[in-house]
Design a protein around this ligand. Structure first.
Ligand code: ZN
Length: 413
């Protein structure tokens, strides 16, 4: 315990409270501080100018949501294993520590998911996080990694960090909504914390909390279409991927562009070690794009200028996978001197807002549904059976497929 409680002022939770010295020491590691230099929402700031918050703020927020939940569980003397409080709060704080700058676009270039790096950072003896955890308790790095990669034996604890109603989603939906100004992405977080409770190895919702959880699932639906799949943010990501692809191709061909940071060389050669990975953040990439605005390679130069000056690609919706349309645009591009390998992209995004399966379904041995606890009948009822709006968005995958290309080429369909 700390002698004096620490607080962070926060736009989502008001204050974030830290009493535990382990949590405080983890926050102050260099691997956690790096998250201050990585935006949570990648390219969304090019659509929503307020969407600039960091993964650090989100990680603190996830910790705070978990802290409030475990406190509420203890106050109400639910059957909650409070000996896991510190473990689950630390796991929430660290769950995104391996994120790359501009998250998913860069993951494709590196070919390694952030979850893999998160585990490496926690388990590798060279990191400050590992040392802080190990000093507190020799098995803690492995226990935290197990909670984050969902293999921990206490699945109830795992479900607070990743599940249908986990602290990660609860924080990022609220935070992304507050910072972008997309108000219908908000929901009543304080009441969600009041109506959830542990039940065996899962978190369930009190029957009277139905509408609160409906609002949360609908907020998720709105945020996906209004923010995460926004066509303009996706356009910026298409250009970002094209820049990274061009730089990588040049490195592969032995015509490497100027690399303002040593870690970039390893990134494009595919041999990043842990310390080079940690050196990568948004500032390193922005600096590279700045340098490449004056590159002798015309494609890298043009794409970098487009990204920095926000001259984004336009798009056509392509729900039917129209290969003729794609080919026609490619012909036009070549006619105008653009290489379709870098100036033409199909971007497909989609999700299921409430994806669940029941324990009894064939081939499934684990149940991932959201349940409401009915105190009168003493039964658990799966959410979509009680809610028309939820059953309308459950299970079905909604997809947007768009073809992106420079708006300079005239296109009339
Ligand atoms: Zn997260």
């Amino acid at each position: 315990m700390l002698d004096e409680e620490k607080v962070f002022k926060d736009p989502v939770h008001g204050y974030i409270y830290v009493n535990d010295s382990l949590i405080w020491d983890l926050i102050n590691t260099r691997e956690m501080q790096r998250l201050r230099r990585i935006r949570q929402l990648g390219t969304a700031y090019l659509t929503y100018p307020g969407g600039e918050h960091s993964r650090f703020a989100h990680s603190l927020g996830v910790y705070e949501v978990i802290r409030q939940i475990v406190q509420a569980f203890s106050r109400n003397s639910y059957e909650w294993p409070s000996e896991y409080n510190q473990l689950v709060m630390a796991a929430g704080l660290l769950h995104d520590v391996g994120h790359a700058p501009f998250s998913h676009a860069l993951e494709k270039v590196i070919g390694l998911r952030h979850e893999v790096w998160t585990e490496r950072l926690i388990l590798n003896p060279s990191t400050e996080i590992h040392q802080v955890l190990k000093q507190a308790q020799s098995n803690l790095p492995y226990d935290i990694a197990a909670v984050i990669n969902k293999t921990h034996s206490q699945q109830l604890v795992v479900s607070l960090v990743s599940g249908q109603l986990d602290a990660d989603r609860l924080d990022y939906l609220m935070r992304d909504s507050v910072s972008t100004g997309v108000d219908y992405g908000k929901f009543d977080l304080a009441r969600i914390i009041r109506v959830i409770r542990p039940w065996g190895d899962r978190i369930v919702v009190k029957r009277s909390g139905l509408h609160t959880v409906e609002a949360y699932l609908l907020a998720r639906y709105f945020m996906y279409w209004q923010v995460y799949f926004h066509p303009v943010s996706r356009s910026a990501e298409v250009i970002l991927k094209a820049i990274l692809k061009r730089a990588k191709d040049l490195v592969t061909e032995g015509r490497s562009p100027d690399m303002p940071h040593m870690a970039l060389e390893g990134l494009f050669l595919g041999n990043l070690d842990l310390s080079s990975y940690l050196a990568l953040d948004d500032t390193v990439l922005f600096n590279a794009f700045n340098v490449w605005q004056n590159s002798s390679d015309p494609v890298l130069k043009d794409l970098s200028c487009r990204f920095l000056d926000r001259r984004l690609f336009t798009y056509l919706e392509d729900p039917d996978h129209d290969s003729d349309l794609y080919e026609k645009i490619a012909v036009q591009l070549r006619r105008h001197g653009y290489d379709p390998a870098y100036y033409l992209a199909v971007d497909e995004t989609g999700t299921v807002y409430y994806d669940y399966y029941l324990g009894t379904e064939t081939g499934r041995n684990k149940d991932s549904a959201l349940y409401l606890w009915d105190d009168n009948s003493k039964r658990l009822v799966e959410m979509s059976r009680l809610s028309k709006p939820v059953s309308a968005i459950a299970r079905e995958r909604q997809v947007a497929r768009r073809i992106y290309f420079p708006r300079e080429i005239q296109w009339n369909t």
